[in-house]
Design a protein around this ligand. Structure first.
Ligand code: AMP
Ligand code: MG
Length: 314
């Protein structure tokens, strides 16, 4: 916060984007819509603004942030791109993919953004509002998910207001997020490998020519989004449930009914888009526990199950 108590609610129209860009330029914190989840944005070159992100989220200082860019040239000013990294970026951007690359010496970034690592996490989002905001503010934006650390990520402006209202300068309301899961994080290694640090909405089958090596065994240290317990709704979560116990809020899928069905038609992309809204609903319900129907491990189902495993770990 920059000396205000109330969080401004801004519509994602021209006036709202202009106001949000001003707040960001002057070092404020704005929750912003992206195609993955809502992000809590601050200019990435301002140490005080970046410290504000950590303070508002209660985020541990060892957990680095993703920097959002509007153009490849902005990304190249912050990270070292090999020819191969350039081709990978071309394939995945704009979109829900974060690339971890060697950080460029002297890049104009607050230290808090990369938390002492020699690498930097970069993404060019596809969401037109987020892109317009980066362009108008003239700043690359550090933006982790706009939720208190370890809690369920927000996919609507109302989710953000409920948990961070009064602690940030503004929320730019761009409606519900399309993908609904955090970006796929890929580390592009010098030795020619490509490691998945966090599964997400992106179809990794599109990258087989780039030599994928699957999940990184050290990912816990390198990407704290991979911590065993994360995305917690604050109550026990039981997975692969065929039906609820009496004291459970049931999240259904396909033919398995629930108080909230992720996708009655069994569509995994729809289920991903609805997952966090369902967990927020379960968290706010009167039932002390949550149960979730089985989700197939195919395509984006693998990323849904990754988040559910972490939500259920205590
Ligand atoms: P969030 O946007 O809240 O999902 O958090 C950003 C995620 O990106 C966290 O899991 C970070 O650990 C991860 N991340 C950011 N920078 C790096 C990096 N240099 N290397 C590996 N992971 C990173
Ligand atoms: Mg997060």
């Amino acid at each position: 916060m920059t000396g205000k108590n109330a969080t401004e609610m801004l519509e994602a129209n021209r006036a709202g984007i202009t106001r949000a860009a001003r707040i960001l330029q002057s070092g404020g914190l704005v929750a912003v819509p992206t195609e993955t989840v809502y992000g809590l944005a601050a200019r990435a070159d301002d140490p005080v603004a970046v410290a504000g992100i950590y303070a508002a989220k209660g985020r541990p200082g060892f957990n680095p942030l993703i920097v959002h860019v509007d153009a490849v040239e902005q990304a190249e000013a912050l990270a070292e791109f090999s020819e191969r990294a350039r081709r990978i970026a071309q394939e995945v951007w704009p979109g829900p993919v974060t690339l971890v690359l060697p950080r460029r010496e002297g890049a104009s970034l607050a230290k808090g953004v990369y938390a002492g690592l020699p690498t930097i996490a970069l993404r060019m989002p596809a969401h037109p509002v987020m892109r317009a905001l980066i362009r108008q503010s003239g700043c690359v934006l550090a933006a982790p998910s706009a939720n208190p650390s370890n809690a369920v990520s927000p996919t609507t402006a109302a989710h953000v207001a409920a948990s961070l209202g009064g602690r940030i300068d503004a929320i730019l309301d761009g409606g519900a997020c399309e993908a609904g899961l955090e970006s796929t994080i890929l580390a592009v290694r010098d030795n020619g490998t490509l490691e998945v640090l966090r599964p997400g909405p992106f179809d990794l089958g599109r990258l087989t020519e780039f030599g994928m090596v699957g999940a990184n065994p050290t990912a816990e240290i390198e990407a704290p989004g991979q911590m065993r317990s994360h995305y917690s709704p604050g109550k026990p979560v039981r997975l692969a449930a065929a039906k609820p116990e009496a004291d459970e809020f049931m999240i259904g899928f396909g033919g398995i009914a629930g108080e909230y069905n992720l996708s009655p038609g069994g569509d995994l992309s729809e289920a991903a888009a609805n997952l966090y809204a369902a967990l927020h609903r379960g968290a706010a319900s009167t039932q002390p526990r949550i149960a979730v129907a089985p989700i197939p491990e195919t395509s984006v189902g693998a990323a849904i199950n990754d988040r559910l495993r972490r939500a259920s770990a205590s």
